[in-house]
Ligand binder design. Structure first.
Ligand SMILES: [Cu+2]
Length: 528
């Protein structure tokens, strides 16, 4: 099988700037091509971008206990479903005349460049010159060729988008489903009329998300960056793959926390789509930002989604190489991430009663030879799918021998260290994605412990077969001195303000906790 190379977009851009223009030009031509295809053409960006979430199909088109998109989140299929997804999009790009050998590049989110400057400018530039003509940059946004109607019961058309709607990123808002939303969005966006200035604000937010620091035992770490590195240490595919498995493991093993790939992936969705980083004294937060990347409903319709997910897939491949799993890995069938349940309603085409295995169809992606891809068809990217990755920022972790610095590892906690367990966050009561942030008071000083981004959707309500409410949890590492003093604070920021009206405190003395006992608890906190 011929193996194509997916390169870092920044490298392709650097070639372009040096005068080797063909690769970037071909990429732009291919993207322009699929965006202009008839919206009924299966290779069109409208069809492909829409597989992730809207336009909904199956029972989830109207029933909020299902998910009307095809995407897998919070299950063990998160890495492989998105791998098959990118592969189909790449095939569509290659179907455009003159683009037969084009490969999907990745946005190297952990690179020096991304951590200092944000998004590669090929994804944000307003224009591009192709064949001597100045065109709208095909990677910047997508204009819907036909309207998308949100018929989910209880949504009140909240996430409907008209034909001609153009996707937006932070700091803009894209909520236009109702007249009230349209008015609020118009007022919000009117505050940000300058495109170049908006790109600066967006890049500033990306840099903050990637590098804003938390200090653990004197080690200063860029938070999202360190999560990407930490997930490479997940000991098996199941724990590596998704947040449901991660949450269950961390709940049961507070001294041996793991990080899943899906967790930093969520953070980057929220960073591009519209949550600013809390706890940044020097930043003025922008409430009301609500870009398409920030919710599963619409994320796939912004071209940047595929460059972001290509980095996620690159990280998946690095994990496979690091763990000797390039030709096989397995799913633990007893894990809560291997069934549809409280945290992961079945997607379109999913069977709510069937266990999730390596043979579960990755709908709707069809193989050339017939049949639908399964995870078993997507293990070895080189021999099964015909692609590999060019140089990237996490390459040094590909070999198990190259042990990363201890500061970045989340392995066994010291005896005196604790974790702060936040649980019982009822997703069915929260509209859209949200952000859990934890602080500790150490010697009278408020210190950031970390954040957990939860990528959600506009409307969720339990799974089709169970009445259990969707509960999210998060675990934060608590340094010894903070554990000893025992004063912690958690805030959950949603698109509709802070959950419970403000941060909740846990005091060792128990006074504050007692005072709050009257109010119904929006979530629980426990030091373990
Ligand atoms: Cu995603």
């Amino acid at each position: 099988m011929k193996v194509g190379v997916r390169r870092s977009l920044a490298d392709i851009q650097a070639d372009y700037d040096r005068g080797n223009k063909t690769e970037l030009e071909t990429l732009m031509r291919a993207w322009k091509g699929i965006k202009e295809l008839d919206p009924e053409d299966p290779r069109s960006f409208f069809i492909l971008g829409g597989y992730h979430g809207e336009p909904f199909r199956g029972p989830g088109e109207t029933d909020p206990t299902w998910w009307g998109g095809y995407c897998q989140h919070g299950t063990v299929l998160f890495p492989t479903w998105h791998r098959a997804y990118l592969h189909s999009l790449e095939k569509a790009l290659q179907s455009i005349p003159g683009c037969e050998s084009v490969m999907l590049p990745f946005w190297d989110e952990c690179s020096e460049d991304s951590r200092s400057n944000g998004i590669p400018h090929a994804l944000t530039d307003e224009f591009f010159e192709l064949d001597g003509v100045k065109i709208d940059n095909p990677l910047r946004s997508f204009k819907l060729p036909v309207s998308i109607v949100d018929n989910v019961k209880g949504d009140n058309a909240l996430y409907s988008k008209p034909a001609g709607y153009e996707t937006v990123r932070y700091p803009l808002s894209g909520l236009v489903g109702t007249p009230a939303d349209q008015a609020a969005t118009a007022a919000h966006n009117a505050k940000f009329p300058d495109y170049a200035e908006n790109v600066k604000i967006l890049n500033g937010n990306i840099v903050n998300w990637l590098t804003s620091t938390i200090t653990i035992d004197g080690h200063v770490m860029g938070e999202v960056y360190s999560k990407f590195v930490a997930c490479l240490n997940a000991p098996n595919y199941t724990l590596f793959s998704n947040t449901t498995s991660q949450g269950a493991w961390n709940d049961a093993h507070p001294k041996k926390p793991v990080r899943s790939l899906e967790s930093p992936h969520n953070s980057m969705h929220l960073a591009v789509g519209g949550f600013d980083v809390p706890g940044q004294g020097d930043m003025s937060p922008i409430p009301g930002a609500n870009g398409d990347m920030g919710e599963n409903d619409t994320a796939g319709l912004d071209p940047i989604f595929f460059f972001h997910h290509c980095f996620i897939d690159y990280t998946f491949w690095i994990w496979q190489r690091r763990h000797g799993a390039t030709t096989s890995f397995t799913i633990d069938s007893n894990d809560p991430g291997a069934v549809y349940g409280a945290n992961n309603p079945p997607p379109a085409g999913g069977d709510p009663d069937a266990p999730i295995t390596m043979e579960t169809p990755l709908n709707p992606f069809k193989m050339r030879e017939g049949g639908v891809y399964t995870s078993n068809d997507c293990i070895d990217i080189e021999s099964q799918l015909g692609y590999t990755y060019g140089p990237g920022s996490l390459d040094s972790y590909a070999h198990a021998a190259a042990t990363p610095s201890d500061a970045l590892l989340l392995t066994t906690l010291a005896e005196e260290e604790r974790t702060l367990h936040v649980a019982g966050v009822d997703r069915s009561k929260i509209r859209g994605s949200f952000l859990i942030t934890a602080y500790a008071e150490v010697d009278g000083e408020r210190r950031l412990l970390g954040r957990e981004a939860v990528l959600s959707r506009w409307h969720v309500e339990g799974c089709a077969n169970c009445q259990t409410h969707l509960k999210s949890s998060a675990d934060f590492r608590l340094p010894a001195e903070a554990a000893e003093q025992g004063n912690v604070e958690v805030e959950i920021r949603t698109r509709q303000g802070e959950l419970g009206g403000g941060p909740r405190m846990l005091r060792k003395s128990g006074i504050a906790a007692a005072a709050l006992a009257e109010a119904p608890e929006p979530f629980t906190m426990e030091i373990r």
